[in-house]
Write a protein that binds this ligand. Sequence first.
Ligand code: AMP
Ligand code: TRP
Length: 327
Amino acid sequence: MRQRIFSGIQPSGNLHLGNYLGAIANWVAMQDEFDSIFCVVDMHAITVSQDPVALRQKTIEIAKIYLASGIDPQKSALFVQSHIPEHAELCWILNTIAKVPELEKMTQFKDKSQKNGRESAGVGLFDYPVLMAADILLYNTQTVPVGHDQVQHIELARTLGKRFNNKFGETFIIPDYFMKEESKLIMALDDPTKKMSKSAKSEYSYIALSDSEEIIRKKIKKAVTDSGSEIVYHDDKPALKNLINIYALLSHKTTAEIETMYVGKGYGAFKSDLAEVVVDFLKPLQEKMASISDEQVLEILRVGAEKVRPLARKKLEEVKEKIGFVI
Ligand code: AMP
Ligand code: TRP
């Protein structure tokens, strides 16, 4: 039996290189070896206000990004979270064993709720990690490939899975996360102390997967670098280290190879080549996305939901029986 992986991305904001390198690239690499389920988590997206028209478009766009990046619907199940209501049902049941202080300490909740003032933070935003635990536990997921910012959420999924098992008997597989050291946290181009984020104030902090050639070149030119002029991969030079990481991951070179390539050359040459590498990577991805129709995507998502529905139903039945619901 192959091990199962599950992961998802919210259909909100602009997907960027951090999302691709931290998450999607790993999914593509893992799908041959693992029984893979990839989700567009629209129920998570509505934990902050979304425009309905934009949400629908983004949901389709994210699925196109999965496909254009190399997720193969013959190998992996690809679906929209809200098409499987069992996610919400399991979330409700897990809510009854999750504790308020466990959710209060979640970094993402603290960050997002502070943004508009805690008084206006929604209950859905607070409950977000429990829904994510439901996503994962519903499918007997063994490994969750994600970026570093999701570790705390996966730890909560582990806690809730264990707590349920202790109370009601062995039901859930306790999941692990998977990430690669070099790509687990891609930093912002304008501030190497912050992660590259789709909710960043300045668009110069991230490279969106949809950015044009011209914008990519501009953004990389403007990216902050550290003092000095040598191209060295070192913790003392966090901005440069981040750029070398992006270069290495997209060109499949090692960071040492890149250092060697730029001995005696300055930041200018390095940055202009990096822009080339990013453009060469994103152009075909964008072309592939443009070649996929909305209808094709909707059909793939429908088939994906039908593939996973029996798994979700079976697990939820088991849970309902364990907790004493009449079924
Ligand atoms: P989100 O954009 O929060 O929905 O994240 C989608 C996926 O991308 C998650 O697995 C994140 O951990 C990952 N991710 C987001 N930002 C970064 C980043 N700057 N570096 C690496 N991975 C990231
Ligand atoms: N919270 C994740 C993020 O923002 C998205 C997500 C929702 C997810 N459910 C998941 C990721 C289940 C992995 C597994 O990136």
